[in-house]
Design a binder for this molecule. Sequence first.
Ligand code: NAD
Length: 312
Amino acid sequence: MTGGAGFIGSHIVEALVRERHPVVILDNFSTGRRENLEALLRSRPQDGPEPEVIEGDIRDAGTAREAVRGADWVFHQAALPSVPRSIEDPLLSHEVNANGTLALLIAARDAGVARFVYASSSSVYGDTPSLPKVESMPTQPLSPYAVSKLAGEHYCLVFRALYGLETVALRYFNIFGPRQDPRSQYAAVVPNFVTAALSGASPRIFGDGLQSRDFTYVENAVQANLSACRAPSGATGMAYNVGCGSKATLLDMITMLERITHKPIKPIHDAPRPGDVRHSFADIGRARQGLGYAPAVGFEEGLRRTVAWFGA
Ligand code: NAD
């Protein structure tokens, strides 16, 4: 498990620990936090194995080898997950997201790992007008981040074809939920808006707020990861959309947050950001069919749970 101290990774760790699987976490704590692990370790079943934490970098071949030794499944979540950050420093984004993925794939191949699940991104589709996004569409990355995630995805699929390593790439669509970091300057929109709404501050919208996304509660992404490990071999060597198959605008989200928090929210509008796509939502037919994926938590319910967590 790489990136297990991060937002999505810590939720996957939590699910694995709940099922009493032995887990090894590799994380360099660059964007991940120890509190994420401490919280879930406190609530873990006492009759299951305690997860092992390796503090290190996925780009280091020796560290990658140590982390995957003896593993049946690898969940590769570690990355620098930000479009603006990749625009500021494209080389670092590439090194972590593309080179790091390659280093880990080599380690997983050599260790005889049974299944390698890769966290890809809906950003690989770019801003093409066709909606919903279907996996068979041509990709058109608009940022160094999206290029680097797509490179990792291609490496995964090539490793299936060349070396028989069973890989699955999951194209996440705007995953949100508890433990997502609202404090970083690269924070994602949901934790940003939720914490602003709770504190009575004005959330900042880049553009008119009519841009839309397929906001996907993190529990659905966890389910997709576990399903990707358990799906038949024939389902591997492919990319799958992980979303809810629905869309909401940022202004819709503000309205839902007003409903949930019972407080009026006055957003501030800024200039649109370069590299951002206008509309995005997933066709999840392939994931339903190939992986048995069925998102269980819709956007508003996920938002409600997220507000409850941040407000606690
Ligand atoms: P996150 O920043 O919370 O988690 C990333 C984790 O990777 C952190 O714990 C970080 O410390 C670790 N990490 C970064 N570089 C590392 C390195 N060189 N070596 C070891 N560990 C390293 O982000 P997240 O939102 O949980 O994203 C997880 C994955 O999902 C990423 O691969 C991201 O690209 C992908 N993704 C996320 C979303 C989303 O909506 N959150 C959407 C699309 C794709």
